[in-house]
Ligand binder design. Structure first.
Ligand code: NIG
Length: 419
């Protein structure tokens, strides 16, 4: 058995148990996301082997030509860069199935349930939060995700925000301080005091565990000035900027995100022409979260309009217990193609390169020499099946970290490859 362990896809041709080189061989269709090196916008290569050494892609060779310590036979199926999920709230306790059920019966989503999760999360021990987070990470890895961003936002106190971020930092480098998620009950009617706390003591406690800062800029959460103050404080503390904006209606969030140089503005369900123009003229990515619009019965964002206007886009899961309890980016791809006007290729790029761009990373989201060797092996011959067969777990195997420092970490989907 090779060091990556587990059942093999096709034939195991490993030649040792101790090396750090791995070939995914006999790939029918490889998405490199490197158009200079392959066909079309996805840079497709056919009949190849992907060679990964010490966690990085070292070569793409003809099938059968790679000599490595471990080989995985992809059996002629499709291989993609591991998915990059640039928006999640994975560290939480409690469940809001009841809220979802009421919503399906007509009750609108207003974000108020964040306080329910905050209460449950504050009451959970570190070990319980670790256990829950690891379960969700495994689920995401089995579904093809190899990099994930995790936000706080269910602590809403100095101690609990710092605690959530410390736990998140144990499993990802992409951690985001979201103290400005909602006013906690103890600050009802004292929004400015809470914003002062977020920008002061809470940020001080959170910054050591955070790469990014975020705010929920929306009616009922934080207004333009409050969101700007939070982003400015984060920037002064050396954090990168991201923003929740334009989820529940039109508003100033997208333009604030652009003005402040956010890496990404997320949701973008409602966008005016001026919002699109501002985004198109900027480096800020619009990250769509279609599973949220699905689960809150909101309209889907018009991704076609954004792409045609020249906006850089990404798609993320927004895994959280209230508005989007899924880790499946395959589900998001299917929604984006079916309901947001994206081509399948655009949707695939949005969960790989787009997610990487939203995190300002150029080492992930692609498979070319020098990039991280994070790969998703499908049990289908092409990536089209991700939209064509919605709801079917099509990821046979995921190779590369999610919540692990082990560059050979491997998860298996419920199915081995089959026609
Ligand atoms: O991105 N919109 C704000 N935050 C989350 C929802 C969190 C919740 O409802 O618990 C989101 O959708």
């Amino acid at each position: 058995m090779s060091k990556i362990g587990g059942p093999y896809i096709g034939q195991d041709r490993s030649r040792s148990t101790s090396g750090t080189s791995l070939a995914i061989d006999n790939i029918g269709l490889l998405v490199t996301n490197h158009p200079e090196d392959g066909e079309g916008p996805l840079g497709i290569r056919r009949g190849v082997a992907l060679v990964i050494e010490d966690g990085f892609v070292s070569a793409i060779t003809s099938a059968g030509a790679a000599i490595t310590d471990t080989q995985v036979d992809a059996g002629g199926r499709c291989v993609l860069p591991g998915f990059v999920d640039s928006h999640s709230h994975l560290v939480f306790a409690g469940d809001r199935a009841e809220e979802f059920t009421k919503r399906m019966a007509g009750q609108p989503y207003d974000g108020g349930g964040i306080r329910v999760t905050t209460e449950a999360t504050r009451a959970a021990s570190d070990d319980e939060l670790r256990r829950l987070t690891n379960q969700r990470l495994l689920e995401a890895h089995q579904a093809g995700t190899t990099t994930i961003e995790i936000k706080s936002g269910y602590g809403l106190s100095v101690t609990d925000e710092a605690r959530i971020l410390r736990l998140a930092a144990e499993v990802t480098a992409e951690t985001t301080f979201l103290g400005a998620h909602l006013l906690p009950v103890e600050f009802a009617d004292r929004a400015d005091d809470y914003v002062d706390l977020v920008c002061g003591e809470m940020l001080e406690a959170a910054a050591a565990h955070s790469r990014w800062i975020d705010a929920f800029c929306e009616v009922g959460a934080f207004d333009l000035d409050q969101s700007r103050a939070v982003l400015q404080a984060g920037s002064d503390a050396g954090l990168g900027l991201r923003l929740h904006a334009n989820q529940l209606g039109f508003g100033p969030g997208v333009q604030l995100g652009v003005e402040m140089g956010c890496a990404s503005v997320d949701h973008c369900t409602y966008m005016s022409d001026t919002d699109l123009e501002a985004l198109a003229a900027s480096e800020t990515v619009a990250t769509f979260l279609p599973a949220t619009d699905f689960s809150t019965r909101q309209p889907y964002p018009d991704a076609r309009r954004a792409i045609d206007a020249g906006v850089a886009v990404a798609i993320a899961s927004n895994c959280n217990p209230g508005s989007s309890y899924t880790t499946s980016l395959s589900f998001c791809i299917a929604l984006a193609v079916r309901d947001m006007g994206m081509t399948i290729e655009e949707a695939i790029q949005s969960v790989t390169l787009g997610g990487a761009r939203a995190l300002q990373r150029d080492d992930i989201g692609r498979l070319q020499p020098g990039s991280k060797g994070h790969a998703t092996i499908l049990c289908s011959p092409s990536y089209h099946h991700l939209a064509y067969r919605p709801g079917v777990p099509l990821v046979a195997r995921t190779i590369g970290p999610l919540g692990s420092k082990d560059s050979t970490r491997t998860s298996h989907g419920p199915h081995d490859i089959s026609p």
